[in-house]
Write a protein that binds this ligand. Structure first.
Ligand SMILES: C[S@@+](CC[C@H](N)C(=O)[O-])C[C@H]1O[C@@H](n2cnc3c(N)ncnc32)[C@H](O)[C@@H]1O
Length: 309
């Protein structure tokens, strides 16, 4: 994969995640993040989370923004009220446990990625947050001022990333979750992750991508996969893609689909997602043409066995 030309980047910074907090795309991304962190914490060695586009940490679902655009109602709102089979409950456990911990009564607060990390990480683990929006980075600083594990930086997460890896713990996870306001967002992401992957090929990386432009997302996924396998010597099973769409991807209007690419996914993540994604697609559907896809190292036989269980 050739490095894309260094993109011009104008950080208009209009994006406010508070309008979208807890929507279907957050559910998929955050359930996967929680599973990856849960796995990292299963070994008695410290890890580091590097969150390049952190947001504000947590979202008040009773705020004006959330009330004006209550996307969470058809996202996390549907999950909390749903019956789920045991394998789905197991896959959602790390995510739903921390939601319950934050909301002992009714759901009023939704965790962003920093809060998910802060709640799952242990005292020995470290969390590095980058946020370019000035007021948001101050909000983050205030939120974690007394948490010695968390470091907040008001800086461009793409530019920071290469310098932040490998972390001294040599274990951990990078989350890249940009706002996709810039039409060259995928080029920015590729330009930032390729040098980071070269410097730290064993970290777990989660890249969130909108499927608004499916062709562009596929081009990014395929280009990155080809580069990782042919030029960096990655095994194909070290690359996993998990996407979900709640109505026909060709439909106009609000975001219909999104998902993640995961490099160096934890053991058994693919199997867990195989149980989770079809259920999430059914539960979160908002129209005809909803669906999901999971591309990883499992063979057809593995899939048949999982179906038979
Ligand atoms: C989708 S939101 C992040 C949500 C968060 N990761 C979560 O899951 O709760 C994207 C955030 O990236 C910030 N941002 C935009 N460009 C950035 C950049 N180049 N570096 C760091 N932060 C950036 C925006 O201000 C916004 O808060």
């Amino acid at each position: 994969m050739e490095l894309p030309p260094r993109p011009r980047y104008s950080p208009a910074m209009n994006y406010r995640h508070a309008f979208h907090a807890g929507n279907f795309a957050d559910v998929v991304k955050h359930a996967i993040l929680a599973l990856c962190l849960d796995h990292l914490g299963s070994k008695d060695k410290p890890y580091r989370v590097i969150d390049t586009h952190a947001g504000i940490g947590a979202y008040d679902l009773t705020s004006d923004e959330a009330a004006r655009s209550p996307e969470w109602v058809d996202g996390i709102g549907r999950i909390l009220g749903a019956d789920m089979p045991d394998d789905v409950a197991a896959a959602l456990k790390p995510y739903l446990d921390l939601l319950a911990e934050m909301n002992p009564g009714a759901l009023t607060e939704y965790p962003g990625s920093p809060e998910i990390s802060a709640r799952i990480a242990r005292p020995m683990d470290r969390i590095q947050l980058c946020e370019l929006h000035e007021a948001d980075s101050r909000t983050l600083e205030r939120r974690y001022a007394r948490d010695g594990r968390v470091k907040v930086e008001h800086r461009d997460g793409y530019k920071a990333l290469t310098g932040l890896v490998p972390p001294k713990e040599k274990r951990g996870l990078v989350l890249i979750d940009p706002p996709f306001e810039d039409r060259d967002e995928l080029a920015h992401m590729a330009a930032a992750v390729m040098p980071a992957l070269k410097k730290w090929p064993t970290g777990t990386y989660i890249f969130w991508r909108s499927l608004k432009n499916l062709w562009a997302a596929d081009r990014f996924d395929n280009g990155l996969t080809e580069w990782l396998i042919t030029e960096q010597g990655f095994e194909p099973e070290k690359i996993l893609r998990a996407d979900l769409w709640i109505r026909d991807l060709a439909s106009e209007g609000k975001l219909a689909g999104a998902g993640v690419m995961i490099i160096n996914p934890p053991w058994q993540l693919e199997e867990k997602l195989l149980a989770l994604l079809p259920w999430l697609a059914e539960t979160l559907a908002q129209g005809d043409g909803y669906g999901w896809r999971l591309d990883g190292g499992l063979t057809e036989e593995d899939v048949e066995e999982a179906d038979a269980d």
